[in-house]
Design a protein around this ligand. Sequence first.
Ligand code: NAG
Ligand code: NAG
Ligand code: NAG
Ligand code: NAG
Ligand code: NAG
Ligand code: NAG
Length: 333
Amino acid sequence: MLGKLIWFQLLFAITLASASHYQCLPYPIDSVCILEHISYHSGDLVTFPTGYKQYHIRHPRSRKEYYSNVTIFDETLYESMHRPLRIEMERVFLTELTLPAELMMGNFAANQVRSVNVSRKMNYQITYLDLAQNSLTNIDFVSSLVNLEILHLEYNRIGIIPGSTLSPLTKLKYLYLIRNSFAVISWNSLPASLIHLDYSFCIAETIEFTNVSLPSLEYLNIQFNSFSTINVTALLRAAPSLKLVYLYNSNINQSRMHEIKAELAANNVTFVENYEREYCYYQEDYKYEDGKCIQVYNVPISIRKAVLLTSVVIVVAVLLMYLTWLVFRHMNR
Ligand SMILES: *[C@@H]1O[C@H](CO)[C@@H](O)[C@H](O)[C@H]1NC(C)=O
Ligand SMILES: *[C@@H]1O[C@H](CO)[C@@H](O)[C@H](O)[C@H]1NC(C)=O
Ligand SMILES: *[C@@H]1O[C@H](CO)[C@@H](O)[C@H](O)[C@H]1NC(C)=O
Ligand SMILES: *[C@@H]1O[C@H](CO)[C@@H](O)[C@H](O)[C@H]1NC(C)=O
Ligand SMILES: *[C@@H]1O[C@H](CO)[C@@H](O)[C@H](O)[C@H]1NC(C)=O
Ligand SMILES: *[C@@H]1O[C@H](CO)[C@@H](O)[C@H](O)[C@H]1NC(C)=O
């Protein structure tokens, strides 16, 4: 009996010794806890102060600790933080994430997240999720997050986006998929609530607008994909509120791009023209501004050279006169 008790005490002592208690940095907003360093792995015992609704684990600014290491975000860690509503933890080497149902905002960008664990039975509250710059290949978990309004998935390894993944997100307004590698995204299953859609720098090959209705879409960026054609008439029918589009695709030739631009301009949609940007770089009298290539000097080069030469002559003459005056004054003393 005594032996057992000693063992128990010993175990308790070891556990206590390995527990880390974290303190928040001074911050003028009472509900926000800012921490520069935490370390957490599955099974670790960590404790946090109570009374905070938001945790922000930021990259260390001092030399005391170089980086945080939180390999897993699980139920135990969330419970030790006293279930905050908002969590930001970038660059902490996170690989596995279990999303708590009551979390409202989650920023887990710049990590190594490969999988996100969600349960189909739960009612997820999250409206803002940032998982940019991670290692996601599969995004099936997204279909459970039906309250999402902003979703960042850029710079991952997403190779396929099944139609059923995005269609349940009926409140989604901003979707960022830049630099992934899917060949198709079904416009039919994009939520009608979308305002902002960006999947530039993916490898998408086809784009189909039949039966598509995105009445709120204002911003579209699909440049640097592999489209060989884009039907602008169909695009404008599908997305009648469009205001700004980026469509540059190297497989669409310049003359076709000019037609596209004319059609968009006739419909008051601003188009950012990359061919012009290239042209602008090689013309010294032009500069690129607000998506347009504009001429900055009208003066021919010969006249500019003459003006420059005249200025030099005048400056030299003035200097000479000043020197003569100095010498003259010196001699008169
Ligand atoms: C973070 O911790 C895990 C587990 O201890 C370890 O394998 C990994 O190398 C650590 N990462 C860094 C960048 O130190
Ligand atoms: C996945 O999430 C559920 C519900 O939050 C949890 O019960 C389960 O333990 C998690 N699984 C893993 C592997 O973390
Ligand atoms: C478009 O909708 C119509 C009517 O609902 C349907 O018959 C047709 O098959 C749909 N076309 C495509 C390409 O989904
Ligand atoms: C473009 O789309 C419009 C409207 O859907 C259609 O009438 C037209 O035939 C299409 N043009 C081409 C070249 O496919
Ligand atoms: C440009 O592309 C269009 C449509 O793809 C094609 O009809 C046209 O012949 C091409 N023009 C040139 C100059 O290659
Ligand atoms: C474009 O804007 C002009 C000026 O605001 C307006 O007169 C015209 O009707 C608009 N055209 C379209 C197609 O919306």
